[in-house]
Design a binder for this molecule. Structure first.
Ligand SMILES: NC(=O)c1ccc[n+]([C@@H]2O[C@H](COP(=O)([O-])OP(=O)(O)OC[C@H]3O[C@@H](n4cnc5c(N)ncnc54)[C@H](O)[C@@H]3O)[C@@H](O)[C@H]2O)c1
Length: 260
């Protein structure tokens, strides 16, 4: 890109795990949109939790087929359950606030705990092991870094409660997907909702409905009755897209010093 005269890479996303700043080495500027609507992602995370818990995605298909049976669709009350939130930044805090409204007990883990937020929102920071051991629902809301890559793997899933609901709206590589398939086959995990997937760039945002899915792990994940996978759409609200567009244009103006 530098050799082709690119001066600015303006990413329209919050996460910046897709660029190696070290390799770019200041040869061109890199910008992102750090916050557009954390509400969009937090609200979508709650939608996923409710959907997989109450099997709404299954019920939708059933009733459209004229099948009005509710066998197998039993969920559990969120009231009084424990949610473990990994990453208590902008999205995590809004998610916690919404979950507290359902009277869910929230425990959290963050590399940089925010005690003020904990007091205001009514949650406790715990160690990762305690979070795994105590949570009925676990949501990943931290960035993808060297430390967090594959943090959800065979070992960490063994520490979780049987039947835990796992939700990932963070980044695909937070979860070792091959290990997740094994944990699902072992019936360790109650349900999984994924808005991101580690190999998503080969599939997400494209219509592949008339093609063979060559990714065996993705294909296997899609085959589980208790997995709900969406195509990186948590951010996709009118407010967020408007904010992304405005922020990107403002960045272009500022960084390339374009006059009004
Ligand atoms: N699915 C989507 O559409 C979508 C949209 C936007 C963002 N995201 C993802 O959500 C993530 C969180 O976004 P945000 O706006 O809340 O970011 P944020 O920077 O406000 O918060 C991230 C939090 O994670 C914490 N953290 C960093 N390293 C950690 C670690 N090793 N363990 C635990 N916590 C750690 C940080 O201290 C911070 O509190 C982004 O990094 C991005 O990957 C997804």
């Amino acid at each position: 890109m530098a050799e082709n005269g690119i001066k600015l890479l303006a990413m329209r996303c919050a996460g910046f795990n897709n660029v190696s700043l070290k390799d770019i080495h200041n040869r061109f500027k890199v910008a992102r949109v750090p916050a557009y609507s954390p509400h969009a992602i937090a609200e979508y995370t709650v939608a996923l939790i409710l959907a997989v818990n109450r099997k709404i995605h299954k019920a939708y298909v059933r009733t459209r087929e004229g099948n009005f049976s509710i066998n197998g669709l039993m969920g559990f009350d969120l009231n009084g359950k424990t949610a473990g939130i990994i990453g208590t930044g902008k999205i995590g805090q809004i998610l916690i606030k919404i979950l507290r409204g359902f009277n869910v007990k929230v425990i959290a883990y963050d590399l940089f705990p925010n005690q003020k937020a904990a007091e205001e929102l009514g949650f406790d920071y715990v160690s990762l092991d305690d979070l795994y051991a105590q949570s009925d629902i676990i949501s990943l809301n931290c960035p993808l870094t060297k430390e967090t890559q594959y943090m959800i793997n065979r070992k960490s899933m063994l520490k979780m409660k049987d039947g835990v609901i796992l939700v990932n709206t963070g980044r695909g590589m937070l979860i070792d997907s091959a290990d997740l398939v094994e944990a699902l086959k072992d019936k360790k995990i109650g349900a999984v909702a994924l808005d991101v997937y580690e190999e998503e760039e080969n599939y997400f945002f494209e219509d592949k409905s008339t093609q063979v899915i060559e990714d065996d792990i993705l294909g296997r994940l899609l085959s589980f009755y208790n997995v709900l996978l969406t195509s990186h759409q948590a951010y996709f609200t009118k407010e967020a897209v408007d904010a992304i567009t405005l922020a990107t244009l403002n960045l272009l103006k500022t960084l390339l010093k374009v006059k009004n």
